[in-house]
Design a protein around this ligand. Structure first.
Ligand SMILES: CC(C)(COP(=O)(O)OP(=O)(O)OC[C@H]1O[C@@H](n2cnc3c(N)ncnc32)[C@H](O)[C@@H]1OP(=O)(O)O)[C@@H](O)C(=O)NCCC(=O)NCCS
Length: 177
């Protein structure tokens, strides 16, 4: 899957390469961020903090020199609960497994950091993302009414248990999408 060609990308037929994100990717990440989250894009400063936090692991999907996706996991050292902070794939590269590969990468990183559970929040009006998460073992925990402002869209809180006994929902989901 990770070697699938991306039609419409600048380098058609080039493989998708997944690497850790660095501040050098910030411009391209912000371009995709503002295109993907029109109403509630994070600021450049916030994204920079996300990329450089020792608690986080951000990844990018590259086709040649073009950034076609990014995703971020928050998995604090000595913690047991991780959060999917964000994920986005360029519109012309969607539906080709890149989002799934980024999610699988984050789940592997969460396991490697000793996490037991992964939480995320997803807009109630985003069935594509919900389908992706459910297919990876995430189940719905609850709903945060009107969480996404200014539109007032509900957030669905989801969790995947990586192993062992499931714990009660912690406070670690703030800031997740
Ligand atoms: C959500 C997103 C990251 C998925 O990325 P993607 O690369 O298109 O996802 P994939 O190609 O790996 O598809 C994974 C799953 O998503 C679902 N999916 C993808 N495209 C879909 C579509 N057009 N309709 C319905 N479901 C779809 C399917 O469950 C698919 O599983 P499958 O491969 O078994 O069919 C992407 O749509 C995106 O960036 N959306 C805008 C930003 C966003 O909403 N981020 C999530 C915030 S919570």
């Amino acid at each position: 899957m990770s070697a699938a060609p991306v039609a419409g990308a600048q380098e058609v037929g080039a493989p998708v390469v997944y690497t850790p994100a660095t501040p050098a990717h910030l411009d391209a990440i912000m371009a995709l961020e503002t295109a993907s989250f029109v109403q509630d894009a994070w600021s450049r400063e916030m994204m920079h903090d996300e990329l450089t936090s020792i608690h986080n692991e951000y990844s990018v999907a590259m086709v040649g020199a073009r950034l076609v996706g990014y995703a971020g996991l928050r998995a604090p050292e000595r913690g047991r609960e991780a959060d999917v902070q964000t994920i986005a794939v360029a519109e012309d590269a969607r539906g080709r497994g890149i989002g799934r590969a980024l999610m699988e990468r984050m789940l592997a990183q969460a396991r490697a950091r000793g996490m037991r559970e992964v939480f995320l929040e997803v807009r109630a009006d985003n069935p594509v993302a919900q389908g992706l998460y459910r297919s990876l073992g995430f189940t719905q925990l609850g709903v945060r009414a009107g969480y996404y402002q200014p539109e007032g869209i509900d957030a669905i809180v989801m969790r995947a248990v990586l192993g062992g006994e499931p714990a009660a929902m912690g406070a670690g989901t703030e800031g997740a999408r």
